[in-house]
Design a protein around this ligand. Sequence first.
Ligand SMILES: [Zn+2]
Length: 248
Amino acid sequence: MRKIFLPMSRFIFALMLIVYLIPSSQAADLKGRVVCIDPGHQLHADSSPDPIGPGSSETKPCVSSGTGGSVAGPEHAVVLKVGLLLRDILTSQGITVVMTRTTADVHVCNSERATIANKAKADLCIRLHCDSGSAHTCFTLYPGLITGWTDDIYAESLKAAGIIQKAYSDTTGIPDGGLTPRTDLTGFNWSDVPVVLPEMLKMQNVQDDILASTPAFRQKMAEGCAKGIIEYLNTLPPRAKSTGLTLK
Ligand SMILES: [Zn+2]
């Protein structure tokens, strides 16, 4: 009786431990994640030269002015509002969020924004933008493949872009304009972490300009991004555990 009882009790204990650890390890994984949010542009454009990648003699302006809507206002203000809402959603899930800016009047070049995400060892950097033009669409940019610059982040960035684009389009109802690779963006070429850039809507589209002016729709934009980010983070392998717990 004793010989049967002991192995059986160990089995039941191990089973209970597994059931207990599965949900807790999933929650812990999300808690250990780091996301960098880069709300695009800033109050004043800066045309000083910024190398488009490490060691490059080719430059682009440090930060461009961005676009704007006649109702919603300048792009830099809209994407900052969405970015702060997105920060709140992600932090409520236990994710650590690093912002490249939290106010309008800053001076942060696109290369520096990438460096902020790199230093934070972010699992993902999301660069929030709205596009110019009047089409009713949204799309997501991801880094094109450049050996020595983006080859280490290309595959994960593409995967994240696909997931986030779909979640954002589904949540907001803005028609899905797909994915576009870009090899000329400073903020991509300096990045050492997976990075995506959703163009969340076109600001001269009359309907989307009005929507982007409302807190309710900006919340929906943030929720769409958050849904995609969380879905992407859940595809990543678990982080190394530090409990030292081993089952023998
Ligand atoms: Zn922009």
